[in-house]
Design a protein around this ligand. Structure first.
Ligand SMILES: C/C(=C\Cc1cc(O)c2ccccc2c1O)CCC[C@H](C)CCC[C@H](C)CCCC(C)C
Ligand SMILES: C[S@@+](CC[C@H](N)C(=O)[O-])C[C@H]1O[C@@H](n2cnc3c(N)ncnc32)[C@H](O)[C@@H]1O
Length: 262
């Protein structure tokens, strides 16, 4: 297999758990950036397959919606933040074409290795326009006003300092460009919230347990409980300086997508 060259940004130093206020503990043993980095390294080998199985393939539709909301077009320079195994980066690559450029950034080496492996196995010519960067969403190794679009799929909820991550997205976006942030929706509707948690408890975690990953997927419930509602996400984006911010609920409110324009 072709050697997997990963462009390293300024080296990632995970924040220490010691300095986190108690309120950030969404799951006792997965409370800080370093714990989460290790979690995503551990689930990397089965991550894509479990997403397909557990969402009945629906996550691919949600990701296509997120990419469409960016308005990315041929020739653009775009960023997939918290890219993981690269699902959104590959979709962006097809949008911007061979003359465009896609940067996929993540702090999980194992997720980036999966992304790079997929890039070499998939045959589309445009995928040569993707670079994979190991880095932190709260300290992006890019200049101001650099990108024409940003996606962040199921990433913001997992970032400890969400405010800093949103501020960084604002900083590296060109004026008039969009960030599209897809994630689970922290619903204000009791039935939706209950159904979401029931599915995690009774479908997601039992399946993950078969792979020895119960703890990693149990983390989902707490991370959603500690996430921001759609309105709070809109406020966070506006506070960071975005001129407009709109949160769209999808799939009956199970998922949500924030679209913020700089
Ligand atoms: C792509 C999806 C989740 C990605 C994802 C995000 C995380 O923060 C994780 C943290 C820890 C472990 C894994 C993940 C993770 O995979 C969404 C789809 C996959 C979900 C795992 C399944 C969610 C099921 C829904 C609650 C209900 C779906 C109902 C219907 C089938 C549409
Ligand atoms: C649930 S995965 C999402 C992957 C991909 N975007 C997708 O939609 O499938 C969350 C990703 O965010 C990454 N992540 C979490 N916190 C991060 C941070 N502070 N900096 C960079 N990546 C981070 C994790 O390593 C993981 O790959």
């Amino acid at each position: 297999m072709a050697s997997l060259q990963l462009q390293l940004s300024f080296g990632y130093q995970s924040s220490s758990c010691r300095h986190l206020p108690i309120s950030t503990f969404s799951y006792p043993s997965i409370r800080c950036a370093n714990d989460r980095q290790l979690l995503f390294n551990r689930i990397a080998p089965v991550y894509d397959n479990l997403n397909d199985l557990l969402s009945l393939g629906q996550h691919r539709i949600w990701k296509r919606m997120a990419v469409s909301w960016t308005g990315a077009k041929l020739g653009d320079c775009v960023l997939d933040l918290c890219c993981g195994s690269g699902d959104l980066a590959f979709l962006l690559s097809e949008k911007v074409g061979s003359n465009g450029k896609v940067s996929g950034l993540d702090f999980s080496k194992e997720q980036l290795l999966m992304a790079s492996s997929r890039q070499h196995l998939l045959s589309k010519a445009c995928y040569k326009n993707i670079e994979w960067i190991e880095g932190d969403a709260t300290e992006l190794p890019f200049p101001d006003c650099y990108f024409d679009a940003i996606t962040m799929g199921y990433g913001l909820r997992n970032v400890v300092d969400k405010r800093k991550a949103v501020q960084e997205m604002f900083r590296v976006l060109k004026p008039g460009s969009k960030a599209s942030v897809l994630d689970f929706n922290k619903s204000t509707q009791p039935f939706v919230a209950s159904f979401q948690e029931w599915m995690i408890d009774n479908a997601v975690v039992p399946v993950a347990t078969a792979y020895g990953l119960a703890k990693e997927y149990e983390y989902l419930k707490g991370s959603i409980r500690e996430f921001l509602t759609g309105n709070e996400l809109e406020e966070l984006a506006l506070e960071a300086g975005f001129s407009t911010a709109k949160h769209y609920e999808i799939s009956g409110g199970l998922m949500g997508n924030l679209v913020a324009t700089r």
